[in-house]
Design a binder for this molecule. Structure first.
Ligand SMILES: [Cu+2]
Length: 224
């Protein structure tokens, strides 16, 4: 064998060895063949959480320097706070109650008037009445967590309803709609939630200010 041929054999041999080692390493990293799923029964219980919110036309000077901004509020131990970052348990059933004190601004995209990603067959309740879809013109806001495919349209109060709330925090004695629904969280993570109604009155196309500032019409859920 010539010197060149010997060199060629050595190079080809080394490349083959390295390729086998890389293959073994990749197999090691990816855990080998497809894992076998052990048959299991679903757990009888899963964690549940109650998330209580209110949506208001104007947040008021007690809760924000931007007193006229539209906002969500969360009830923390019985007190209303302007906080839109919430921690929820993973793989849990979350029961949501939203007291909406705001009027009807309407959805720009009627597709969002149908609820999705909910338990109970994608149904939500308005003042106790089960529904799957709203007239798009009657929505004040939506509650949506895109990562969980959750979206719910929030029915607004009527223009002529008596005793309307001017500034938050609003009380249940004032004109409101009560919207309830349940959804399931998934695996742990940091997920965005938001309103998709362009409800920021006085801003360009309704999408400025409270629609793009954390703490008003959007926020995050930390699923742990
Ligand atoms: Cu909104």
């Amino acid at each position: 064998m010539s010197a060149t041929a010997k060199k060629l054999v050595a190079v080809v041999g080394s490349v083959a060895v390295v390729a086998i080692l890389i293959g073994a390493y990749v197999t090691f990293l990816t855990g080998g063949p497809t894992p076998y799923t052990i048959p299991s029964a679903k757990a009888a219980t899963r964690p549940t959480a109650n998330l209580t919110l209110q949506t208001v036309a104007a947040v008021g000077s007690k809760l924000s320097p931007n007193k006229n901004w539209v906002s969500y509020l969360v009830r923390e131990n019985g007190t209303w706070h302007r906080s839109t970052v919430w921690t929820l348990p993973a793989n849990a059933v979350v029961h949501v109650t939203i007291y909406n004190y705001d009027g009807q601004s309407g959805l720009r995209n009627p597709f969002l008037a149908q609820a999705r990603g909910l338990l109970d067959g994608d149904r939500f309740k308005v003042d106790g009445k089960p529904m799957k879809v709203l007239d798009p013109d009657t929505a004040s806001h939506t509650f949506a967590i895109p990562a969980f495919n959750v979206i719910v349209p929030i029915l607004g109060i009527g223009d002529d309803d008596k005793n309307q709330c001017e500034y938050a925090p609003c009380d249940v004695s004032m004109a409101h709609k009560t919207v309830t629904f349940s959804f399931r969280t998934g695996k742990p993570g940091h997920y965005r939630w938001q309103c998709f109604v362009p409800c920021a009155a006085g801003f360009y196309y309704g999408f400025g200010g409270p629609m793009q500032t954390i703490g008003y019409m959007d926020g995050f859920v930390n699923v742990v």
